[in-house]
Design a protein around this ligand. Sequence first.
Ligand SMILES: [Zn+2]
Ligand SMILES: [Zn+2]
Length: 463
Amino acid sequence: MSKPVRIAFLGGLGEIGRNCMAVEQDKKILLIDCGLMFPKAEHGDDIDVIIPDFTWLLERKDRIVGCVATHGHEDHVGALQYLLQDASFPLYGSALTLGLARNRIAEARLTDKTKFIEVNDNDRIKIGPFDVEFIPVTHSVPCAHAIALHTAQGVIVHSGDFKIDLTPVDHRRTDLARLGSLSSNEGIRLLMLDSTNAGERGHAPSESEVGAVLRGIFNEHRGKRIITASFASHIHRVQQIADAAIDSGRVVVPLGRSMINNIRLARDLKVLTIPEKSLVSADSLGKYDDHEICIISTGSQGEAMSALTNLAKGDSRYVKVGESDVVIFSSHAIPGNEHNVNKVIDALLRRGATVVHSGIADVHATGHAQAEDLKTYLNVTEPQWFVPIHGEYRHMVANAELAKIMGVAPRNVLLCEDGDLIEITDGGIDFSGRIPAEFVVPQKSQRAGKKSKDKQTKKHKKR
Ligand SMILES: [Zn+2]
Ligand SMILES: [Zn+2]
């Protein structure tokens, strides 16, 4: 009899966001991701973030040997600054993942509660009793990883967020060869697979296709100023925008705090290439004509406090938007944000700007594998057991169906939700209990990073 392995799902199963799970072996716990979720309208206006319920975890906090971060998106690392207020453990990830995670942890003045331990592609390291392998994957943030845990109960693969992009901007592809070798040598006991786009048929388009579309738009509007909006962590998108800008004789002007910070971080880590002479700060904009300027802004989701929303409202001290502007939303509105994005688009149009968005041109590509990509992944990994993760319930059901189509025995496909506890033994995998998993809203004082004595958090019923 080999030792059992347990997995607790703290978030991300039944919603997009707050991804967090705990793997337990030999009474030690390894966390995989610790993310936050941005609320939807139904959660109320006064809420700006939702985090996992850490009750179960904090009762066992002395057993936590570390947290492995698959990538630097906030729905994967954004809740660390809350958990680290009450616990202390090292954080493992790529240099970029750690750099993105560090920002928020530093803002909360909690860097002394963790150690940032950098890993490289295909590293295999021991964390407590866990034997952890970092497998490169392509996603909408560079330097992302899938995680393979070599446990007493066989190999457990956590896909992380990924896409299968054969022509990614940095040529760093999802390492299907390594996954295949794990499958054919050790065998994959359990696969936990990203469900975000399981309900989308076909293949996800390559990120590099977006670059070609952007160049076309830049060519079409040679005489005008161009303003783009995208996620600040989407470094490959920023790279393609910058390349199109420089090729059409423009300088690149980052706008918005996270865009400025992330461009600096990514250039330092050499995952973004923009020559010094082409990078100009917003207060030097006056030195250039409109057709020599490309602004790269935050605010692609219509966020109230963002740089682009400021421009649309006419509140920016650097830029007055007008008829000589072309605004490109190189993004896709996350469900729940459509209304805010549309409000910003309306305001820009009222000012006379031309607006291009993903409904008009292919200025965005998803970062998540679609149905045929997931089938490819399942074909390569051939898991014995399957748990769909990361998605609303319908996404996870769609992913479960794909696993069955690809030959996983139907009884070996487990549809889990937040709060479920599963146990892996020689005999198989089964549900073994429930843990608290309500939506938790941190108090404002906690968000500001101050350690308040009365740290009551509000809890909301999930359903
Ligand atoms: Zn995610
Ligand atoms: Zn992601």
